[in-house]
Design a protein around this ligand. Structure first.
Ligand SMILES: Cc1cc2nc3c(=O)[nH]c(=O)nc-3n(C[C@H](O)[C@H](O)[C@H](O)COP(=O)(O)OP(=O)(O)OC[C@H]3O[C@@H](n4cnc5c(N)ncnc54)[C@H](O)[C@@H]3O)c2cc1C
Length: 266
């Protein structure tokens, strides 16, 4: 069967790899079901901000969920939220921080989708304390083209739940996610920056400085052997004295990275 698909060229984040792919952008649940069956080679694509080309392949069909970006349920008392997986981090945080809530496992780019973060089992800047995003997930609604709709949690389909978090889209399409939220009373950090001379020095200093609720990470050079490991440690501690509101996180990127055309695929 011949289908009309849009086609575009996608790049890995580091621009080392590019491919021409076919794509569909469903905006209804039944379109996810329909489009998932159109090709043998199908992968769900979030915002495509992975460093490697994890979310696309030459000639394959990418199911892009950018229209699935709604907040479906929010329970302030229970501290739980259900969102569609195409929602980007900045919109998620701008909503939650108004309510003094968040999840502490936030990867460092505002346009990453929650589906992409879950499929990569991402972490934030305090992974020593808070682990990966897995620790904040209560449930997932997954669609698989052969197995249909599946509710996943510690109680339901636990084996597939475990495989889906960090599964890079290989168990199907993550459509909704329910998160357990954490409180965040203060929205500012005090940041100190320390210079390090090598990887060894960096690890030693991080271990010395490590405290519960400290958001600590390093930036190290890897561009040449002579300076390998030189860099800085950033240590962020929550500023308990500030009561100022947070600055709204930017939600829109200025430049469009891709162009598209219509073509057909077997
Ligand atoms: C500037 C920058 C900073 C970053 N900082 C961090 C960090 O601090 N910590 C960290 O852990 N990571 C970090 N990352 C990596 C990032 O968290 C992951 O690459 C994440 O997967 C990107 O999300 P995305 O929406 O772009 O997903 P994509 O790149 O589109 O997809 C990533 C993978 O998830 C799958 N996928 C996407 N959406 C779905 C879905 N709805 N259902 C099923 N599978 C899906 C794809 O098939 C693919 O395998 C950073 C990336 C960048 C570019």
């Amino acid at each position: 069967m011949k289908n009309n698909f849009e086609k575009k060229k996608l790049y890995s984040f580091d621009k080392n790899y590019s491919s021409t792919i076919f794509f569909k952008e469903p905006d209804k649940y039944r379109e996810i079901e329909k489009f998932s069956k159109l090709s043998k080679e199908i992968i769900t694509t979030g915002a495509n901000y992975s460093y490697s080309p994890a979310a696309f392949g030459e000639g394959s069909l990418s199911l892009m969920l950018k229209r699935f970006d709604r907040i479906l349920n929010f329970d302030l008392k229970k501290k739980e939220i259900t969102v569609e997986s195409g929602l980007i981090l900045s919109k998620f945080l701008n909503f939650l921080l108004k309510n003094n809530l968040w999840i502490p496992q936030i990867p460092g780019y505002p346009f990453i989708t929650l589906g992409g973060a879950v499929a990569a089992n991402s972490h934030g800047k305090s992974c020593g304390t808070h682990g990966t995003i897995r620790n904040s997930i209560k449930g997932i609604l997954l669609f698989h083209k052969t197995n249909g709709w599946l509710e996943l949690s510690e109680e339901k389909n636990k084996d597939i739940f475990d495989l889906t978090i960090g599964g890079l889209g290989l168990t199907g399409t993550i459509v909704n996610i329910t998160f357990k939220l954490s409180s965040l009373e203060h929205k500012q950090f005090n940041t100190t920056i320390d210079e390090v001379t090598s990887v060894k020095d960096c690890i030693k200093k991080i271990k010395q400085e490590y405290l519960e609720d400290t958001f600590i990470y390093s930036w190290n050079r890897a561009d040449n052997i002579k300076n390998f490991g030189k860099g800085f440690i950033f240590k962020n501690t929550i500023n308990n004295k500030t009561s100022k509101n947070f600055r709204k996180i930017i939600e829109k990127k200025k430049k469009q990275r891709f162009s598209s055309t219509i073509c057909s695929m077997e």
